[in-house]
Design a protein around this ligand. Sequence first.
Ligand SMILES: NC(=O)c1ccc[n+]([C@@H]2O[C@H](COP(=O)([O-])OP(=O)(O)OC[C@H]3O[C@@H](n4cnc5c(N)ncnc54)[C@H](OP(=O)(O)O)[C@@H]3O)[C@@H](O)[C@H]2O)c1
Length: 296
Amino acid sequence: MTMNVVVIGANGQLGTDLVAAFSEHGDAVRGLSHGDIEISDLNSVSRVLEELRPELVVNTAAMHHVENCEQHPEKAFAVNAVGARNLARVSRGLDAVLMHVSTDYVFDGNKKKPYVEEDIPLPLNAYGITKLAGEHFVCTTTPKHFIVRTSGLYGQSPCRAKGGLNFIELMLKLAKERGEVRVVDSEFVTPTSTAELAQQLVRLSRSNRHGLYHATAEGSCSWYEFAREIFALTDTKVKLHVAGPNEFPAKVPRPNYSVLENRALKSQGLNAFKPWQDGLQKYLGNRIKSASPVHP
Ligand SMILES: NC(=O)c1ccc[n+]([C@@H]2O[C@H](COP(=O)([O-])OP(=O)(O)OC[C@H]3O[C@@H](n4cnc5c(N)ncnc54)[C@H](OP(=O)(O)O)[C@@H]3O)[C@@H](O)[C@H]2O)c1
C-alpha cells in the first residue's frame, strides 16, 4: 500500500529522514519547509494542504529551542499548540491521517523509571507545556491521528531549531580541539537516531491503530555515558570527566529523567527499535562513509 504523504518541516533533522524513508517505501511524498507553509496560520495550512490533498500529514515542525520557548511562550504556543490544532482541523476536513511528533519533555522526570503512554504528563517548562497542549488539540480535533513522543534525536541533517551540531558532532569537535571534555552524568535520556525513527514512523503509518505512542531507541543513558560510548566507538583519545553539579546550570527547568518506554508499539507488535548503541554505531558508520573520498 502506498500513500500520498506530506512531511512538514522537511528540511529539519527528522523531516529530512522522513522524506527519504517514505520515498523509499514507494509513497508519493511532498516535503514542505517553513517557506512553503506556516503552521501557526490556519489560512496557510488550509491553502497548502487543500491543494495537495494528502492521505497522511506528518508534522515535525515545532518551536523547540527550550530557552527560546521560555522567553517567547506566546510564540511557542502559536506554533506548538495552535499549529498542531490547525493541522488537525485541516487534516480532518480532508479525511487525512495526522501523524504529529511530540516530546519526552511533557514529563517532569520524577518517576525515575521509563514513562509509558498512560503516565500523567507534568511538563516543567513552556516548551513541554505547549507541546502537551498541541497533543490535546490533536486528539480532540481529529480521531485519525498518531501522536508520537520521542527523545534525544540526532541525525545526519542538523537540528535547525538548536542550530549547529548535534551532541555526537559536538563531542567529537570538542575532543579534537581540547583533548578534554566535561559532561553531565545526572540527566538521563534515550539517544534516538532520526533515520531509525523515520523507519518506525513509516511502519506505524501503515497500521490503522491511531493513538498515542512513545517511540525511542531501546535503553537509556546519561549524557556522560552517551559521550563515553561515542568516544569508545570512534576510538577517540580524550580525557572525559563528569561535570560538577553546578558547572552547567540549566537556565530553564528540565526533566533530569525523560526515558520513554515504547509500550504501545510493543503491545501492537510494531516496535522495530534496537538498543540506542546500535543506532549510534550506524550513524558513525555512515559518517565515515560520507567523509571518505569518492574514487571514480
Ligand atoms: N531534537 C530533539 O532532540 C527532539 C526531542 C524530542 C522531540 N523532538 C520533536 O521532534 C520534532 C522534530 O525535531 P527536529 O530536531 O527534526 O527539528 P528541526 O531540525 O528544528 O526541524 C523543524 C522544522 O520545522 C520547521 N518549522 C519550524 N516552525 C515552523 C512553523 N511555524 N511552520 C512551518 N514549519 C516550521 C523548521 O523550519 P525553519 O528552521 O526554517 O524555521 C524546520 O524545518 C519536533 O516536533 C520536536 O518537538 C525533538
